[in-house]
Design a protein around this ligand. Structure first.
Ligand SMILES: Nc1ncnc2c1ncn2[C@@H]1O[C@H](COP(=O)(O)OP(=O)(O)O)[C@@H](O)[C@H]1O
Ligand SMILES: [Mg+2]
Length: 368
């Protein structure tokens, strides 16, 4: 009861005395709040739930090409959670992914293009991991999407399957709440998700956002290749349990042990082992850049069918979304050395509404 009162007081303090004046929280102020009902925010009707994280739920809007990320104001109680919302608005704006921000008395709605299912949901359908060629397709697209962010001075800092949407012809990153901007680098904040944050965030700050994102991308590749369950035993446990993170030495030892286990996964091809091995090195200075990775034989020694073949095999199972496709990464923005997309081998995604299996280590557990 007392804790509730305290949370309530912090919430009032933040919204009445900090947000109206703090220069970094200007986007959270509203001069003209819109009306709301349980299922509407301003002109938008919230229909199917597309996904949910620890901070927000994302709903399809009635015209289906738009999605609205809904944040409850009463869950934004601290400066860091308010900053997270402000960051997300700024990140989406710089990437031109934000249609509008709506403020109601109790909620904030971020209107953006609706995307398809996230990679975590796809991996639910592949308990033993995906085919290597499929992983290659997704990695190629993921490299491209990350390259696009970095070239605009945005470092995502929370790359994980839950925040990667698998569109018909490309991969789209979502959830920019923890992103950092080039003008703030190098970074010192310890944040991200257990299993996916780069080791230097804890072991050796300050850190560079590009190398941290590349590490997380490598971990995503690992999870894709081995599936959720083996990912947990091979990598998540015990390294990322709360009590193991508090001590840097223990954490480093666990990390080294985990990396050794990964090197022993016998069914990865040699080029894949090499690709992953180059990414997953503790010293970020020794980690390759996106350009280095784009030239790696694992990606370049592949057949290169047209992107359209990927699109057609998804059309029966995903939301077709031309606006999303055009507003994110276009082929012309790829680094020139990246090969075109490979055909997909993901099983079709049932078109039911949002449903996820859960991780044992909370994937949304944010560490500040
Ligand atoms: N534009 C979008 N289109 C479709 N689904 C989305 C979109 N953005 C997010 N999602 C889904 O909603 C989930 C939660 O959104 P996210 O932005 O990650 O919230 P949180 O900040 O709470 O983690 C994501 O994991 C994803 O499945
Ligand atoms: Mg998320």
């Amino acid at each position: 009861m007392e804790k509730n009162n305290q949370t309530c007081q912090m919430n009032t303090l933040l919204w009445n005395h900090c947000i109206p004046y703090h220069p970094e929280l200007a986007d959270l102020r509203s001069s003209t709040p819109v009306e709301e009902t349980e299922n509407t925010i301003g002109p938008y009707h919230l229909s199917e739930k597309l996904g949910a994280g620890n901070f927000a739920s994302v709903y399809a809007c009635q015209d289906e090409t738009k999605a609205i990320k809904v944040l409850l104001k009463n869950t934004v109680n601290t400066f860091s959670s308010a900053k997270r919302v402000a960051n997300e608005i700024e990140g989406l704006r710089r990437l031109r992914l934000l249609h509008e921000v709506l403020h109601t008395p109790t909620r904030i709605g971020l209107v953006m293009e609706a995307g398809p299912k996230d990679l975590f949901a796809y991996l639910d359908l592949c308990p033993k991991g995906v085919e290597e060629s499929m992983a290659k397709s997704i990695m190629f697209q993921l490299l491209t999407a990350i390259h696009e962010c970095h070239s605009k001075g945005i470092f995502h800092r929370d790359i994980k399957p839950e925040n990667i949407l698998i569109a018909p012809d490309r991969v789209v990153l979502c959830d920019f709440g923890l992103c950092g901007f080039a003008e703030e680098a190098p970074f010192r904040e310890f944040l991200g998700s257990p299993g996916f944050f780069a080791p230097e965030l804890l072991l050796d700050p300050p850190y560079q956002g590009d190398k941290a994102d590349i590490w997380s991308m490598g971990i995503v590749l690992l999870e894709m290749m081995v599936g959720h369950e083996m990912f947990e035993s091979l990598w998540l446990f015990p390294t990322f349990e709360k009590d193991q993170i508090v001590n840097k030495k223990t954490f480093q030892k666990n990390m080294e042990r985990g990396l050794q286990k990964i090197r022993q996964v016998y069914w990865f091809s040699r080029p894949l082992q090499d690709f992953l091995g180059k990414i997953l090195v503790l010293d970020p200075k020794k980690r390759p850049t996106i350009e280095d990775l784009a030239c790696h034989p694992w990606l370049t020694d592949s057949p290169s069918p047209a992107l359209s073949s990927f699109h057609s095999s998804f059309s029966s199972t995903s939301t077709s979304n031309s606006a999303l496709s055009s507003s994110v990464v276009t082929e012309s923005s790829l680094p020139p050395m990246l090969p075109p997309m490979l055909p997909p081998m993901l099983p079709p995604m049932p078109s039911s509404s949002f449903e996820h299996s859960a991780r044992k280590v909370n994937p949304h557990f944010i560490l500040f």
